[in-house]
Structures are given as structure tokens and as C-alpha cells.
Ligand binder design. Structure first.
Ligand SMILES: [Zn+2]
Length: 216
């Protein structure tokens, strides 16, 4: 089925891990706008050059730029997806709603991953990313610094210092948190306590979409 899901949550709430797992289970595409932008920065593309100073200070890219990128991506993925990092603001959510309406598509569900600030700070200290396949997770998940997906050597994410994290968290609270109400009003929102282990959280999310599946 063409599942269409948006994941909301502060930085380090596990959107990447959960997004990948859900997309894989549902057989749909997964998009991390954060990974896409970091890759553009590393490859020095025009987008990357524009994004770098903004990402360096933990800020959000302009809505019109992000909506342009997403419009192109959505057009190439008509068979469903899990989005991590878009929409990040009410104007972006309105864009997505319009875009889907124009293309006879609809959002199935929005999952808000809830994690308290002190747990997020703890996670930020231990977070690593794979430079090859863009897997991102906790250092404990990467045995011997090896990416669990492709086996490349993982390293700490460049944007994971505490000051940058606090800036991103502030931007999240200001611009993204209003989306909880936005989607709640549309009857699309599920809250998910995401302080448990990645496996437990994945199990609960899985059962939202595949209720008959065996837990685990
Ligand atoms: Zn990898």
C-alpha cells in the first residue's frame, strides 16, 4: 500500500532510525532532509553552499527553498514515503497539504516522537553517522565503529555539538512544534513516547500500521 507518513520530533529523537525502519517495513521510500542537505554540503553543490552557513549555526533553511526541493522529490516518489525533516514549519505543512491535494494523494499519519530534553542531550553526545549510506544512530549500535547497514566506518556528526543542538532544538520549538496542533486538528496525529529503546519504539510504530503483525 502507498503509505505516506511524516515523522515529527526534536533533533536526536530517533526520526532517522524509526523512519528507515518504517519505510523498509512498508516498502516505501525514506527521505531525511537533514541527510540530503549534509550530503549537498559535502559535495559542494549550489544547494550545499547555500545551506552550509545556515546548518553550521543550527538554523532552518528558508521555506521556499525546502518546498522546491520537496516538490521535486515528491514528484519522483509517487508510491509512498516516510518523511523525516519535512515539513518543519506551518508554511511547509501547508505546501505539503496543497501538493498532495493537487496530486490526488493524502497523508496517512503523522507520528510525533516525544523525548525529554535531558535524554536528547545525552543522545547527542553519542550519535554517529555513516558517510556512505547516511545511516545515523547511537555509537552503541555501530559495533567497532562499523555502520550496521553497509559496514563503512562511522563518525560523529559534524552538527552534533551541544551549542548547535540547542539552536536546532530552539528552532524546532519555535517553527516545528506548532505542527503538532496543525496535524492534531486534521485527525492525523499520533504521539509516540520515544524514550524507550529503538527496537521497542519501532515495534509500537509498526503496530500502528500493521496491527496484525507479531510484536517485536
Ligand atoms: Zn553505512
Amino acid at each position: 500500500m502507498p503509505l505516506r507518513v511524516v515523522l515529527l520530533g526534536p533533533p536526536a529523537s530517533g526520526k532517522g532510525t524509526q523512519g528507515r525502519r518504517l519505510a523498509e517495513a512498508a516498502g516505501v521510500a525514506y527521505l531525511s532532509t537533514g541527510a540530503l542537505l549534509r550530503e549537498a554540503v559535502e559535495e559542494l553543490t549550489p544547494l550545499g553552499l547555500q545551506a552550509k552557513p545556515i546548518l553550521d549555526r543550527g538554523g532552518y533553511l528558508p521555506d521556499d527553498l525546502m518546498c522546491g526541493i520537496l516538490g521535486e522529490w515528491l514528484a519522483r516518489h509517487p508510491d509512498g514515503w516516510v518523511l523525516d525533516g519535512f515539513p518543519r514549519s506551518v508554511p511547509q505543512a501547508e505546501f505539503l497539504e496543497r501538493w498532495l491535494g493537487d496530486h490526488d494523494q493524502a497523508l496517512d499519519r503523522v507520528i510525533a516522537l516525544d523525548v525529554p530534553m535531558e535524554e536528547l542531550l545525552h543522545r547527542i553526545q553519542a550519535r554517529v553517522e555513516c558517510p556512505e549510506c547516511r545511516w545515523s544512530g547511537q555509537a552503541t549500535q555501530a559495533s567497532g565503529d562499523r555502520c550496521p547497514v553497509c559496514g563503512s566506518t562511522v563518525s560523529r556528526r559534524e552538527d552534533d555539538d551541544e551549542e548547535n543542538f540547542r539552536s536546532r532544538h530552539a528552532a524546532y520549538s519555535r517553527y516545528t512544534l506548532p505542527l503538532v496542533d496543525f496535524y492534531d486538528q486534521r485527525g492525523l496525529l499520533s504521539h509516540q513516547n520515544a524514550t524507550a529503546s529503538a527496537d521497542e519504539v519501532a515495534g509500537v510504530i509498526h503496530r500502528l500500521f500493521f496491527p496484525s503483525a507479531v510484536s517485536g
